[in-house]
Write a protein that binds this ligand. Structure first.
Ligand SMILES: [Zn+2]
Length: 130
């Protein structure tokens, strides 16, 4: 990733951060896109919930997204070369994926690996797919 690309993502992250802070806890688009996923098993498995929110519910938890935005900004400052690389396998993350989620930490493969165990019952995604 070139410095100018990084600069662009930095600007988007800063915008996102301002957006989240301005909106508060729950944005309208979060409710629209993710109603089926809300309130399933957050209480039962806080740790799993954490990886799940990283996994597939980017709108579900604004606080979680904000934390990731801040972490991404910190990465840009402290270790710019690692920005855009998967935190797990250190392979470059697909550009489209970063475009969608400039704060993303994992490549698709590692994301799926994390997603796997959470899908055991299939409950969470059932309604999404039909
Ligand atoms: Zn990876």
């Amino acid at each position: 990733m070139t410095p100018s690309q990084r600069q662009r993502f930095r600007e988007r992250l800063v915008e996102l951060k301002a957006e989240i802070l301005a909106v508060g806890d729950i944005a309208p688009e979060a409710a629209r896109q993710d109603t089926t996923a809300v309130g399933n098993d957050e209480d039962a498995q806080p740790l799993a919930e954490m990886s799940q929110s990283i996994a597939s519910s980017r709108n579900r938890n604004r606080t979680g997204v904000l934390a990731r935005v801040l972490a991404a900004l910190a990465r840009l400052d402290e270790d710019p070369d690692s920005f855009g690389l998967c935190a797990e396998c250190e392979e470059p993350i697909a550009p489209k994926r970063i475009e969608l989620m400039p704060y993303v930490e994992l490549c698709v493969d590692c994301q799926h690996a994390q997603d796997g165990p959470a899908k055991k019952g299939g409950r969470r995604h059932l309604t999404d797919f039909r």
